[in-house]
Design a protein around this ligand. Structure first.
Ligand SMILES: Cc1ncc(COP(=O)(O)O)c(C=O)c1O
Length: 280
């Protein structure tokens, strides 16, 4: 925290830190493999965009802070979260000038998703609330994840693993912490960022892989009906990679099992992360 190494259960930040009191900050979750962060530059660029939008001065040494932690912990396989808040300040919502941002680098074991989720696929419910594509924070990875928490609790009550958000016009947006892809008649479709989806790093990698495979891929508005009628669908995120989506609400997608396009792209993605190789 701010360059100091602290025990995970010790005190970390001030109780008046605006990240805690107002969710006033941004973060990135990254995947560490072989002691290196996959697509570090893309993560830092996305964080910089969020900090610029929030008017938080970007601490200059974020890359070095990450490297220090990776070296000190000899981390090989891990998940790394970089959080930057506006910093501690008194009561009130208006930011006061000259507050020192708080920088937190947290290294954790990479979560093990049940093999079932990758082999049998994910079932998603449709969240009762909407992703607001017109929100001032749309597309920014800010600290406010309360909607995602509520949607996940709702999903669990419905017997689903995750929840899908529609935007305020009723178009598919994304899942609670992943982007959405559908395979429709041989074309890969992902909702455009104008539907409130986060510009996912994994989403961008999948679009790159599709281009290399000669697989038609487009960013276009996706209706729930299109998704329900898709041949295949999958969710993408840094920690999950590509996870097959086999059911949305009451509808099975395709045959209700992971499909060949998803498997091919998922393997190629793992190849990029783990072996650092180019796809065949
Ligand atoms: C809301 C949301 N959408 C999408 C994603 C996927 O983004 P990425 O592939 O960069 O992890 C995340 C990641 O945590 C997220 O929180």
């Amino acid at each position: 925290v701010n360059g100091r190494r602290l025990s995970p259960d010790g005190p970390h930040i001030s109780g008046s830190d605006r990240g805690l009191t107002l969710a006033d900050g941004a973060f990135e979750t990254m995947r560490v493999h072989g002691g290196r962060v996959f697509r570090l530059d893309a993560h830092l660029a996305r964080l910089t965009r969020a900090l610029d939008a929030l008017g938080i001065t970007r601490p200059t040494d974020l890359g070095a802070a990450i490297l220090d932690v990776l070296t000190a912990e000899s981390a090989d396989e891990a998940s790394l979260r970089l959080t930057v808040t506006r910093g501690p300040s008194g009561a009130g919502v208006m930011p006061v000038p000259n507050v020192q941002p708080t920088v937190i680098v947290a290294l954790n074991p990479r979560p093990q998703f049940s093999a079932d989720m990758h082999e049998a696929g994910i079932r998603a419910s449709v969240a009762s609330g909407r992703r607001n594509e017109r929100a001032m924070t749309a597309g920014l990875k800010t600290l406010g994840y309360t909607d995602a928490v509520l949607a996940l609790l709702e999903a669990r009550r419905a017997g689903a693993h995750d929840a899908l958000f529609l935007d305020t016009d009723g178009h598919c947006s994304e899942a609670t912490s992943s982007n959405l892809f559908a395979c429709l008649e041989g074309t890969l479709v992902t909702p455009p960022l104008s539907c409130g989806a986060l510009p996912g790093i994994t989403r961008a990698v999948v679009l790159e892989l599709a281009a290399r495979f000669g697989l038609p891929a487009v960013e276009r508005v996706l209706e729930l009906g299109d998704l329900a009628g898709a041949d295949e669908a999958f969710l993408t995120s840094t920690l999950r990679g590509l996870a097959p989506l086999v059911r949305v609400g009451p509808h099975a997608i395709g045959r209700g099992e992971p499909g060949p396009v998803t498997r091919r792209l998922a393997d190629a993605y793992i190849g990029l992360v783990v072996r650092g190789t180019e796809p065949r």
